[in-house]
Write a protein that binds this ligand. Structure first.
Ligand SMILES: O=C(O)c1ccccc1NCC(=O)[C@H](O)[C@H](O)COP(=O)(O)O
Length: 202
């Protein structure tokens, strides 16, 4: 489970204690944007094994490498129109988002040379984190692909159907664990508990 758009130590620790495997920090225009200094403060408190994912939109490889090293990111998430090959040299695993509108978008996934693929809904107000779902049945074509993360409008109500349909390596949520635009600890716990139970059954 990846909980994205975390902005405080308290919420990051809450998510990790609830069972999150990954915490996402948004370094892009968004209501969830965080400064490198604040992200570093949070990352210093997180367990070694937790993925510390930096989310970037069309940022230069040099700037990403600088921020990643300065704050202690373990994974780089590219959420714009970037060419992944330019970002692989830094040595940190790369997660590339793919906006899913049609079967053609799913066909493209096998050609993306990233360590992980994050299937997400098309951009709206922000490049990601808009709380809208896509047609998960399009992603069933990827069955057996081991490195797929599923995002986009997930919440405690729909997570069962999402996991059963796509069977992703990991799920990623932001809006669905918020109340009035802020992360909600009760929703984080409920989401993680439910997703874990479903995964055990799949
Ligand atoms: O979350 C943001 O505000 C954001 C802004 C710009 C680029 C990416 C962003 N988020 C990326 C994520 O990994 C989100 O968790 C993912 O898009 C799902 O978000 P949601 O639909 O709100 O659950």
């Amino acid at each position: 489970m990846k909980i994205c758009g975390i902005k405080s130590v308290e919420m990051a620790l809450h998510a990790v204690h609830a069972g999150a495997d990954a915490i996402g920090f948004v370094f892009a225009p968004s209501k969830r944007e965080i400064t490198p200094a604040k992200a570093k403060e949070i990352i210093l408190e997180l367990p070694e094994e937790t993925w510390k994912v930096g989310v970037f939109v069309d940022e230069s490889p040099e700037k990403i490498a600088k921020i990643a090293d300065a704050v202690g990111l373990t994974h780089i998430q590219l959420h714009g129109e970037e060419h992944v090959s330019l970002y692989l040299e830094h040595g940190k695993p790369v997660i590339k988002s793919v906006s899913v509108r049609s079967e053609a978008d799913i066909e493209k996934v096998r050609d993306v040379k990233a360590d992980y693929i994050l299937l997400d809904s098309p951009p709206s107000l922000y490049k990601g984190g808009n709380g809208t779902s896509f047609n998960w049945s399009l992603a069933t074509k990827l069955e057996g692909t081991k490195n797929v993360l599923l995002a986009g409008g997930l919440n405690v109500e729909n997570i069962k159907q999402a996991i059963q349909t796509v069977q992703p390596y990991m799920v990623d949520v932001s809006s669905g664990v918020e109340t009035d635009g802020e992360k909600d600890p009760k929703k984080i716990s409920a989401f993680i508990n439910k997703a874990k139970r479903i995964r055990e059954d799949v």
